[in-house]
Ligand binder design. Structure first.
Ligand SMILES: [Zn+2]
Length: 237
């Protein structure tokens, strides 16, 4: 009896333990059954989280690119053609935007006082004319568009279509017209020193990595309209 009692004493806690074990094993079984689903849910959550972290800088970059995207082609910005009513003739074959006429003529007069004779070579050019220049010269010189774009803007991308650009030569050294050598003329030296007073600025300087240096090509930025036209160009990328 004593032994039986002892066994019984053992039995009770043992049975209880078994019961507890059973309870845990059921839970364990359930966990095992659901573990693939739980794993899947956690994986998806983790992947989504990682994706968000990874995409964050990419999204910022995309935004940056869109903001900086200014429609350049081969380094040239797009320009609209100035309406005919805003153009005035300053020479029999040279028209410019009305806003810049007075400044341009004044500049020529001032230069004359210093013994410098500026010659106006080219002002407003329609997109059609720019088309002829770009494509005919390209074929004559046997150049590809990308090479040609270094020395001439593709149609629709020339500052000359705005009426605010002017090509200038030195009357005493016509052989330097449209040549880099123009930078060695007195006219060029005078312009570098004085053009800003008349709101003129060299468009393509030596720092431009896309377009060749054009010492003869100047643009006017002395009116609100002109500033608006060249705003993108003046914005540092
Ligand atoms: Zn030009």
């Amino acid at each position: 009896m004593e032994l039986n009692k002892d066994i019984n004493q053992f039995d009770i806690p043992l049975a209880k333990r078994t019961y507890l074990n059973n309870k845990y094993s059921t839970l364990l079984k359930k966990l095992l059954i659901f573990s693939p689903f739980l794993f899947l849910i956690f994986s998806i959550a983790a992947l989504r989280f990682i994706k968000i972290i990874k995409l964050e800088p990419l999204n910022n970059l995309k935004f940056q690119v869109e903001r900086n995207h200014d429609g350049r082609i081969l380094g040239h910005l797009p320009y609209n053609e100035t309406p005919k009513e805003k153009l005035v003739l300053i020479e029999p074959n040279i028209a410019v935007h009305i806003d810049m006429r007075d400044s341009l003529l004044e500049m020529r007069e001032e230069a004359k006082k210093d013994g410098i004779y500026l010659v106006f070579l080219s002002g407003y050019r329609s997109i059609n004319l720019q088309n002829d220049i770009f494509y005919s010269l390209k074929s004559i010189r046997n150049q590809e568009a990308a090479d040609r774009a270094r020395v001439s803007a593709p149609p629709g991308y020339s500052e000359h279509s705005t009426g605010f650009a002017i090509d200038i030569g030195d009357a005493s050294q016509r052989e330097t017209d449209f040549e880099i050598d123009f930078e060695n003329t007195n006219a060029f030296r005078w312009l570098i020193k004085n053009a800003a007073k008349f709101h003129f600025k060299l468009s393509f300087n030596k720092d431009n990595k896309y377009i060749d240096y054009e010492p003869w090509h100047w643009r006017y930025e002395g009116s609100i309209e002109a500033l608006k036209v060249f705003e993108s160009s003046n914005r540092k990328l």
